[in-house]
Design a protein around this ligand. Structure first.
Ligand code: ARG
Length: 562
């Protein structure tokens, strides 16, 4: 049972009964101080405005009509008319004993567009963020009853591939000999060549046309660039423990055949204007700094299609073929305007119906130790694999003196977990500094701290022989506080599914771990006796489950020992 929805429904019913005002939302909040009980509502203050009577009188009527005796101690009216609720120990116990392992199905399908690295380029820290946040959101949405469809919108299309193929043919380099690093260098050479040699530039342009029209030789070389890149991305996903596979890849190239139709449909709907030879859509409300209208360029003056046309085709595919009820884009905040424009244009073109929501899950930049965007000394991208390897090594050093554990696999779980948790634990729109020392710290709001709390619980429970039992005694305030938090697990996950803010789940888990320390301090577990012991062990088991499942939702493994 999830108490918040039940209490809310009871208060709504009371308002309907007492004042004939059906459907009022009590907006139940956690109490701000322990002496106020567990929850608080200001419903009486809000209703008093409508009713034109005193809030305290409204609160009294509300309390008199609310059926709460089976769940709460008698409700208290406080201050100007707040209603404070304190759950009965039996209610708290039931909340812990009936912890949900997932929430009821919503019957809704969500498409999550995330990770999205670019072919022939190393993944950078921005792609790390997209992958980590995207994985966490997919897990949370599935827990919250969605059917989740992952879409890895890999950047595998565009004019740069014309240049690269042409350069390869010029150099007679066999494409299969290249790794990602060498492809990136190939790209740089071809770019220079393109800028300095008009004949090469012309050939490159013709090569793009050959690629787009499906010329077998050109496609063959391009396909190898794609395959080598995807294989390298797979290695990063494996190291990260991301479930993404090549089956989730629907790259930009997949929409190539739909682009002409996108343009002609927009033209038929009267939404396109020619501007400097390009086909543009101008939408109300989108203007630049100087007030001039900002276009969405759907087709360039050379006839080529770009990033926007592809995203429009992707929206249409996701609604029409994938039957999305919700579409989520995990992409850095610099693309906010792009997505606002795509969503607005797709709605105007009726490819995105009102019943399907589209959300840009924007995130900030990863900064280096100097507080500037994270780059290597020569301005290149920092290799993700090297960062993750460094995190694992740092975790390994911390665990060096531990015996009786599989140090290699624990170091991996701790190192990767530390990086992921650091990424997820602050508001995603913030920038953050990539600081390994802080990430792997065993104290504070870090991944390793939560993993350690889980491992310590596992040790305690195995000493007690993994007992089965129920929470029945919640006499101490520290037990009650822990139980209250545990019972709120489902609500905490539900909130993340709604707001798409994983840091809320981190804050929740950190609160659980802090409440657990307070519980250890005032409530002996193994030395206690009888029903108290059974109940405290059951509380520990539930806490372990919540930490384990909560970390798993964040994509973090919780080792049994560390
Ligand atoms: N590949 C792009 C990049 O690295 C991000 C793609 C985002 N997704 C999308 N549907 N546009 O910046």
């Amino acid at each position: 049972m999830s108490v918040v929805p039940v209490l809310s429904a009871r208060l709504t019913a009371a308002a309907a009964l007492a004042f004939d005002l059906p459907g009022a939302d009590p907006e139940l909040r956690a109490a701000t101080k322990p002496e106020f009980g567990h929850f608080q509502t200001n419903l009486a203050l809000r209703l008093a405005k409508t009713l034109g009577t005193s809030p305290r009188a409204v609160a009294a009527e509300l309390v008199a009509h609310a059926e709460l005796d089976d769940l709460c101690a008698p409700a208290q009216i406080a201050g100007p008319g707040f209603v404070n609720l304190t759950l009965l120990p039996s209610t708290l116990a039931a909340g812990v004993n009936e912890l949900p392992r997932s929430l009821p199905t919503t019957g809704r399908r969500v498409v999550v567009d995330y990770s999205q690295p670019n072919v022939a380029k190393q993944m950078h820290v921005g792609h790390l963020r997209s992958t980590v946040i995207g994985d966490a959101l997919c897990n949370v949405l599935r827990y919250a009853g969605y059917e989740v469809v992952r879409q890895n919108h890999v950047g595998d299309w565009g004019t740069q591939f014309g240049m690269m193929v042409e350069q390869l043919l010029d150099e007679q380099t066999p494409v299969e000999s290249l790794d990602l690093e060498e492809m990136q260098q190939l790209y740089q050479r071809s770019r220079k060549h393109f800028d300095s040699d008009p004949v090469f530039a012309d050939r490159s342009r013709r090569r793009v046309v050959l690629l787009q029209s499906g010329d077998p030789r050109t496609r063959g070389i391009w396909q190898q660039l794609v395959d080598i890149s995807l294989a390298e991305f797979d290695r990063v996903y494996a190291l990260l423990g991301s479930p993404l596979t090549q089956a989730d890849v629907v790259g930009e190239s997949a929409y190539n055949d739909a682009l002409q139709g996108i343009v002609s449909d927009l033209a038929a709907a009267g939404l396109l204007t020619e501007s400097g030879g390009a086909q543009c859509a101008f939408l109300p409300g989108f203007t630049g700094r100087d007030g001039s209208p900002l276009p969405v360029i759907v087709q360039k003056s050379d006839g080529g299609f770009g990033y926007s046309a592809t995203d429009l085709a992707a929206v249409r595919h996701r609604v029409r073929d994938l039957k999305a009820d919700r579409i989520v884009y995990v992409v850095d905040h610099r693309q906010s305007l792009h997505f606002q424009q795509i969503f607005a244009l797709a709605r105007t073109a009726r490819w995105l119906p009102e019943t399907t929501s589209a959300e840009h899950v924007a995130f900030g930049t990863v900064l280096g130790p100097d507080g500037k965007p994270f780059k290597t000394r020569d301005g290149g991208t920092v290799s993700l694999v090297s960062l993750l390897d460094a995190a694992i090594a740092r975790a390994g050093a911390l665990l060096a003196d531990r015996t009786g554990i599989d140090r290699e696999s624990v170091a991996r779980a701790v190192g990767i977990g530390a990086v992921k948790y650091a990424d997820l634990s602050s508001d995603r729109t913030n920038d953050y500094v990539f600081d390994l020392d802080r990430m792997v710290a065993m104290t504070g709001n870090t991944g390793p701290y939560l993993q350690y709390a889980h491992a310590r619980l596992t040790r305690l429970l195995s000493k007690a022989g993994h007992p089965e039992g129920q929470v029945t005694v919640l006499a101490e305030p520290a037990e009650q506080r822990l139980a209250l938090l545990l019972a709120g697990f489902g609500d905490a996950v539900q909130q993340v599914a709604e707001t798409l803010q994983p840091h809320r789940l981190c804050t929740y888990l950190y609160d659980v771990a802090s409440a657990l320390s307070a519980f250890y301090e005032s409530c002996p577990v193994l030395p206690s006796e009888g029903e108290t012991r059974t109940s405290r062990l059951a509380l520990c088991t539930a806490t372990r489950t919540v930490l384990h499942d909560g970390l798993a939702l964040l994509g973090i493994t919780a080792p049994d020992a560390m």
